[in-house]
Structure formats: structure tokens, C-alpha cells
Design a protein around this ligand. Structure first.
Ligand code: NAD
Length: 289
């Protein structure tokens, strides 16, 4: 049963996030002290700046401290790894994120895997991903997958037994979403840039989750009545307008419910990140990594 908020068929990520805020802020008040999130940025990309701004303002809103470390674009992998290690060693930091993408030439995996899994608020280190795939209780769900899980659950959309088609197979987004859906007992199809006849795969789904980063890839020929569409993509069209993967204006008139861009998955990913941070902040937990 759908419990769609506001407009008839809009799955509103901002309203969902705001509705889930009190539970998170209450949890934070029970901690020994406010947790601190280290946000490591390399360079000065406009999109990274705006994502970081959103994270900082959310942190302030919920009583979490943040430490923004911005490094020059020319930083080497070794120097960046050293900064991550310093954050690992710093007792006053409970969570660390490295804002992606990193500049070409930096070894992303070495940097991400330098994060202590006990401080891995985005849930992206290889050690954490392995633990999460194995279903270990002390593992962290990657923030985007957690945000989507919460968005669906809050809006009354059950994944159990549903056919879900995911577009995108990246380690950052597509694969974690696929695993989350599997864990929620959905039947999952994962499409990618080499998939043939994408429309066949999307049309046969109950729920479409698109994370390709291709502006308006999903049009009216990819959808049918009754479907739920979750748009993870963030890109700009030829006119520079911020869009998702889905041609929102036409698809919204066909499907049962759709999440917009902006205002859909984005706010929920930020929520997922801070939920992860709070879960990581367990001074008494003995980890067995
Ligand atoms: P990526 O480029 O690493 O991966 C894109 C994936 O889409 C690939 O697996 C590719 O095979 C697939 N793809 C590309 N073109 C396709 C096509 N025409 N048909 C089918 N599949 C195609 O990107 P990513 O890091 O996974 O991010 C994907 C999108 O999600 C980006 O727009 C990114 O900005 C966005 N994103 C949003 C949030 C959020 O919170 N809303 C969080 C992270 C990423």
C-alpha cells in the first residue's frame, strides 16, 4: 500500500528525510558527545562543493560536528592516504568520508581502503563491503543504498517479492543498491551500458531504480502504468539544467510513483550517511575486523 506524501505520485525525499529526523536527533542526544564527521575533499569541483555544503548544513541541523579538509587538486595518492590515516588515528573523529569523484591520477581504491572500516560512514571500503555482503551485523550499508531503502520503506513500498530493475552497476551505487534489494527479498535485474534492449528490462519491472548518470535516459517508452520509479542519477542536460536519469515530466504521467531530482534520493543519501555515522559511534563496541 503506497503512502505517498504530498502530490499524488511524488516520492518526496526531503519530506521523508525530515520525517525521519527526530529519531536521528534523539539518538544523537543519547551519545556521550556529538560525533564528528571528517569530510575530505580534493580540488574544488562545483558539484562536490554543493554536496559538501548539503552535508555540512545537515550536520549542523542535527547536532553533528564536521571537519572539512580540502586539499589541492595536485595532491598525490600517498599524501591523501596519509591524511586519511591521520583521521583514522584521531580519537575525536568518528566517521570519515572522501568526497568522490577524485581527480584522474589518484588511486581511488587505495584512498577509500585506507579508511578504517570502523569510521567508514559511506560504507565503501573493501573490508566493509565484504562484511556487508556476508551479512555481518557490524557492517555499514553504503549510504545511497540505505537512503533508498529508507525512502521506499517510509513511503510504504515493500521490496519483498518485487521485480526490481536497476540501471547501473558501479561499486559506488548500482551494486550496493542491487545487494540491498536482494537482501530485502526482491528479484533483481541489473542493467548497464552494454545491456541490450533496456526498455524490455525496465518495462517488466515493478520497481525501476536508475543510477546511470545519463540525463533523461529513461523516457515514456521505458515505463508502464503502476510502476515505481526511483531516480538516483544526477546530471545536467545540454542547457545546464540539473536532471536525473528519468525524463520526469513525461514519466510521471505514466507510472504510479516517482522520486524527483533534485529532492528525491539525494537528501536520503545524506540521511543514510549520518545514520551510518551515528551507528558507528559506539564507544563500547568491540569490533573484530
Ligand atoms: P558510474 O559512471 O560509475 O556508473 C554508471 C553506471 O551506469 C555504469 O554501470 C554504466 O554501465 C551504467 N550506464 C551508463 N550509461 C548507460 C546506459 N545508456 N544504459 C544503461 N546503463 C548505463 O556512476 P556512479 O558513480 O554509479 O553514479 C551514477 C549516478 O548516480 C551519477 O549521476 C551520480 O551523480 C549519481 N549519484 C547520486 C547519488 C544520490 O545521492 N542521489 C549518490 C551517488 C551517485
Amino acid at each position: 500500500m503506497l503512502n505517498i506524501m504530498s502530490n499524488a505520485n511524488i516520492i518526496d525525499g526531503r519530506k521523508t528525510r525530515d520525517a525521519l529526523l527526530p529519531e536521528l536527533t534523539e539518538k544523537i542526544k543519547t551519545l556521550l558527545k556529538p560525533p564528528t564527521l571528517a569530510i575530505i575533499q580534493v580540488g574544488n569541483r562545483d558539484d562536490s562543493n554543493s554536496f559538501i555544503k548539503a552535508k555540512k548544513s545537515f550536520a549542523a541541523k542535527i547536532g553533528v560536528l564536521e571537519r572539512h579538509i580540502q586539499l589541492l587538486e595536485s595532491v598525490s595518492t600517498a599524501e591523501l592516504v596519509k591524511v586519511v590515516q591521520e583521521c583514522n588515528a584521531e580519537q575525536n573523529i568518528q566517521g570519515i568520508i572522501v568526497q568522490l569523484p577524485l581527480p584522474i591520477g589518484i588511486d581511488r581504491d587505495s584512498v577509500i581502503d585506507a579508511i578504517d572500516p570502523r569510521k567508514d560512514a559511506d560504507g565503501l571500503t573493501a573490508k566493509n563491503v565484504k562484511a556487508w555482503l556476508e551479512g555481518r551485523g557490524d557492517a555499514t550499508m553504503p549510504a545511497t543504498a540505505r537512503g533508498i531503502k529508507e525512502l521506499l520503506a517510509f513511503n510504504g513500498i515493500d521490496l519483498f517479492g518485487k521485480k526490481v530493475t536497476i540501471i547501473g552497476r558501479s561499486m559506488l551505487v548500482g551494486k550496493p543498491i542491487a545487494m540491498m534489494c536482494l537482501n530485502e527479498n526482491a528479484t533483481v535485474t541489473v542493467c548497464h551500458s552494454k545491456s541490450e534492449n533496456l526498455a524490455n528490462e525496465t518495462k517488466s519491472a515493478d520497481i525501476i531504480i536508475s543510477a546511470a548518470g545519463k540525463s533523461r535516459l529513461i523516457g515514456k517508452d521505458h515505463v508502464k502504468a503502476g510502476q515505481i520509479v526511483i531516480d538516483v542519477g544526477i546530471s545536467r542536460d545540454v542547457e545546464g539544467k540539473l536532471t536525473g536519469d528519468v525524463d520526469f515530466d513525461v514519466v510521471k504521467d505514466v507510472v504510479a510513483a516517482i522520486s524527483p531530482v533534485p529532492g528525491g534520493v539525494g537528501p536520503m543519501t545524506v540521511l543514510g550517511l549520518f545514520q551510518n555515522l551515528v551507528d558507528l559511534y559506539k564507544p563500547t563496541t568491540v569490533f573484530s575486523w
